[in-house]
Design a protein around this ligand. Sequence first.
Ligand code: M6R
Length: 609
Amino acid sequence: MCGIVGYIGDGSAKEIIISGLKSLEYRGYDSAGIALHRGGKLLLRKESGVIANLEKRITKKDFDGNLGIGHTRWATHGAPIRENAHPHMSCDGRIAIVHNGIIENYMELKAWLVKNHDVEFKSETDSEVIAQLICVYYKDDLVAAVRKAVARMRGAYAVGVISADDPDHIVAVRKDAPLIAGIGEGCNYLASDIPALLRYTRDIYLIENDETVIISKDDIKIFDGDMTRVKREKMHVTWDAAAAVKGGYEHFMKKEIYEQPEAVNKTLEGRINAKGEVKLDGIKLTKKELDAINRIYIVACGTAYHAGMQGKEVIEGFARIPTEVDLASEFRYRKPIVDSNTLFICISQSGETSDTIEAMREAKRKGARILSICNVVGSSVTRESDDVLYTWAGPEIAVASTKAYTTQLVCLFLLALYMGRARGTLLPKEYKRIVDELKKLPAKLTEALGTDEHVAKLAKKFSVREQIFYIGRGSDVGTSYEASLKLKEISYINSFAIAAGELKHGTIALINRGTLFIVFATQDYLYEKMLSNIEEIKARHAYVIAVAKKGNTRVGKISDDTIMIPECADEVASILAVVPMQLFAYHIAKLRKRDIDKPRNLAKSVTVE
Ligand code: M6R
């Protein structure tokens, strides 16, 4: 998720922008850059890696000015290299822009600019088209040119623009990406987030969708989509910087749990077309290649492995290809049967997990095709893969993975649908039914977050327990594993997940009076079986919290407590059922005063074996 900072006034734009960008580090970034107005020209410096790399390049006095825009980039389109860093300049060097978001129709715009205006692009980004478009439309009115360019753009954006011809203004527009203007004395600011400006001002204007803002040293003018001047109340920020970076949440984990509807929306965006067909950018597998695949391995670690467990179900179900799920740390040392007809699907949030990378290399050596599902553009996993499906969850800061998991599940669904359709193994009616269910997910995830208060009460009741069991059948097995991992890694409670049917083969001996079981019963075709499992453990005096779909009331009658998730098709229930479990783990860990975002002994990215 990128950060934007802009400044206009009598101070050093370079210093203010750098300090603002540093306050946005929590957003995650892999390159940074600044464009300044000086002496009728635009000066540009950008660098890959940390902001300190950029600072080294801008120490000279001749790189400064009183007007500028800066950006920290978290790569989406194109690797995290200097050329792809923002700001982007128009070919003639007269327009510079910074952009957060994704321009969905950038390919089409790029082709138009190349064909009709001989534009030579310098980066692989979607964002560069904005600078080139504005330049094409610019005669002598920057605002008019920006509006014309925006009218051709589809997607999400917060864009800041400066022109070499205009030493007095920054122009900015937004749609579905955050943007604020900061009010100073004899100076004004632009930013994607409030923390970027807290050192300089606490008075801000929130910019709304489709609005244009024109910022000068002494004035901030806001216009609606029709360019009618808008009167906006200023907001005075009273929170401290630490609270602001977490967007008002106490922990990054909570923030990321709550970001799931938006993250899933981003994962789906642009991947289901108007006809309801799944189109996967980054997947180059042809029908012929897909038909030749006779075995799939899904390989990953931790939470990503649990996503893989769900992936096996949907890939086998929709595409009818035998699929195995393996832990990367095991796969790399056993003798898997891999050849050129094998598809190796690697799942990793960070793309830097050592075990996963080595397993992938092993499969590659044996001739497999490598497809990765990953959140970080330009990471090792993506660089070494033949095909990449990005999760687009945005940076995940908390060690406990939440939004990466749900977006991995969505990617696996999209992939399974794509394969099922291409291979003709999924009936059109079924295909449509699942696509429709996926489209409803962002709204249903919001509904699932509505369980928070109830779950917090349950957490209070059970926070002193030292042992919790999770059981389920079908896709609820994967959810049980993930729910259990979430709890143990942040609360340090000993939890255990097992397929419900397996309980009677040994683990049932552990049940004492009051032993806590969280029982998933979200699968309609397995509902009766789960009710029997509940009876079985209740007969041994266990305490049962059941997780079921709204409307399935029988489970409530035989359980001690219930958590209801939104009504949905069985296939997608795992994406919703995990949400209350993330919240349950979070609340228990909080009550036990754990270091939630950085649990003991754990690292966000496990780059050692
Ligand atoms: O970055 P990766 O997805 O490859 O990481 C894999 C695991 O280390 C990770 O999912 C880990 O299990 C999380 N801490 C779980 O919340």
